[in-house]
Design a binder for this molecule. Structure first.
Ligand code: FAD
Length: 474
């Protein structure tokens, strides 16, 4: 029987896996391989939280393959050379993988595909992580979209769910192909300082089984009412599928199919699918405008007067010591769990880019290192949206007020009390803006900052003034 290398990357599952399916459909013995090549990840190499998740996800994939009679080969080295050497060793005739879309990875994979083909191998890539390829949706003029709503309308009009594929209970063993032993997981993603990420795993289980369980729980308890609950920070009102989707532990096609089939009110279904749509849009924009991962999409913002980043200012934000409770609560949730509620992500990002007037890159970097769902397309889009520099951006002059946002979306102050226990004794409304209640603050939360790091009104005014200066060419 012929042999195919199936190169796993951010598609750490067996279900609905187009590259694995292609190998089996062609009657080839799949040799599943994961290659650790950190030097090829460029400036946005995975951060610490992402690596912690990946480590567990790889272990889960290795286990799932072993249960089916197969085996995950984990290797270390340059991707192309490792694939060529493995192909030579196993006599593989094909190398198959699901695509990644980070600009430098896309470029690398194109080179790899060309060189494998030149070496006489069949090299082919598939869409394993998006509903649409980034180049499939275009305007009537054949251009990429820069605004979400028409993008998603067009995408929905073209949408046909494709049949889903399930891997069989037994897979051919790569031993048949003489595949060598791989490296131990510790050599691929080393375990870091013990227990720094312990709080991540209370509510999240990396790997395909964890992703499936999360999806089932969301379908049973979260989808109905999603449109309302998704903005309530204290409520478990969203799917928490983001890291599972980033690592490809569940096929987005399967998620979408399950949501479409669910008997819930249409607004809940549509709202959830639109969030998947934002994910698609982020990949569409990153593919067509690859500079966005480091630079503003909107060139008019190039001369904006960002403030000089002071380490002390950023430290206070990163550690949840800004003195603004909703921001500090969000930053603590991020540090302790590796995840932050979307509404709070918007508030903390607005604080950085508007009140502190720091370039979005500073915040995006911290998110990159601390989010388990860190995703170059989604993170870039989220930060550029908040900063008003990206596609479909809220104009720069729309500045979130963190106090009114907290009062609206955490009306009982439960989210603040949960992540900032030092403020739990403060009654409402002091919990939203403690600096306005100095006596209560001194008595009930003596260790919390007395004042916000920037006065809310002054920070807002300075941001608006800088924007006015940009527009006036001053
Ligand atoms: P749900 O509400 O259940 O949404 C379902 C899925 O849709 C998510 O899992 C995610 O894949 C996708 N999705 C939801 N909202 C968005 C969005 N605004 N943009 C793109 N996709 C979305 N998301 C990431 O996956 N990785 C990131 O690195 C990331 N960084 C962000 C940074 C900022 C500043 C902001 C404002 C948002 C960021 N997001 C990011 C988007 C969003 O906050 C998360 O996807 C969401 O909070 C994940 O929780 P969930 O899975 O429960 O979402």
């Amino acid at each position: 029987m012929g042999v195919a290398l199936v190169w796993f990357r951010d598609d750490l599952r067996l279900d609905d896996h187009p590259a694995l399916r292609a190998a089996l459909d062609r009657g080839l013995v799949p040799v599943p391989v994961y290659i650790h090549a950190p030097d090829e990840e460029g400036a946005w190499a995975p951060g610490a939280a992402s690596d912690a998740w990946r480590r567990r996800s790889l272990a889960a994939l290795a286990e799932a393959l072993a249960q089916r009679g197969s085996r995950l080969l984990m290797l270390h080295g340059p991707s192309l050379g490792t694939l060529q050497a493995l192909a030579a060793l196993t006599g593989a005739e094909a190398v198959l993988w699901n695509r990644r879309y980070e600009p430098h990875i896309e470029a690398r994979d194109t080179r790899i595909k060309r060189q494998l083909r030149q070496a006489g191998l069949h090299a082919e890539s598939f869409n394993g992580s998006l509903l649409f390829e980034p180049w499939e949706i275009e305007t009537k003029q054949g251009d990429p979209y820069r605004v979400f709503t028409p993008f998603w309308k067009n995408a929905l009009a073209q949408w046909r769910l494709r049949p889903l594929w399930e891997a069989s209970a037994r897979l051919p063993s790569p031993d048949q192909a003489g595949a060598p032993d791989g490296r131990h997981l510790d050599a691929i993603v080393p375990e870091t300082r013990p227990d720094w990420d312990a709080g991540f795993w209370d509510e999240a289980t990396p790997g395909e089984a964890g992703a499936r369980a999360r999806l089932q729980a969301f379908l049973a308890h979260g989808l109905e009412g999603y449109a309302q609950a998704r903005d309530r920070m204290a409520v478990d009102g969203t799917s928490r599928l983001s890291a599972h989707l980033h690592f490809g532990e569940v096929s987005v096609q399967r998620v979408a199919a399950a949501v479409l089939a669910a008997e819930v009110p249409a607004p809940d279904r549509e709202r959830f699918l639109a969030e998947l749509g934002w994910r698609e849009f982020a990949h569409h924009v990153m593919h067509h405008y690859p500079h966005v991962v480091d630079q503003d999409l909107d060139p008019r913002m190039a001369d904006f007067r960002w403030a000089r980043p002071l380490r002390t200012t950023l430290d206070a934000w990163e550690r949840g010591r800004t003195g603004v409770p909703i921001i500090d609560a969000g930053m603590r949730q991020l540090w302790q769990t590796g995840w932050m509620h979307n509404r709070v992500r918007m508030i903390v990002a607005s604080w950085v880019t508007k009140h502190l007037r720091l370039h979005w890159r500073h915040g995006a970097r911290w998110f990159w290192d601390t989010l388990v769902d860190a995703d170059l397309a989604n993170n870039t889009q989220g930060w550029q949206w908040a900063a008003g520099t990206g596609a479909d951006a809220a104009p720069y002059f729309r500045v979130f007020n963190p106090v009114s946002q907290a009062m609206k979306f955490d009306p009982q102050g439960e989210y603040i009390a949960r992540w900032l226990p030092e403020l739990a004794a403060l009654p409402l409304p002091a919990r939203f803006a403690p600096w306005e209640h100095p006596d209560l603050l001194r008595r009930l939360a003596p260790r919390y900052p007395r004042q916000p790091q920037v006065d809310l009104a002054q920070g807002r005014a300075a941001a608006l003034e800088a924007f006015a200066a940009l527009r006036a060419g001053r």
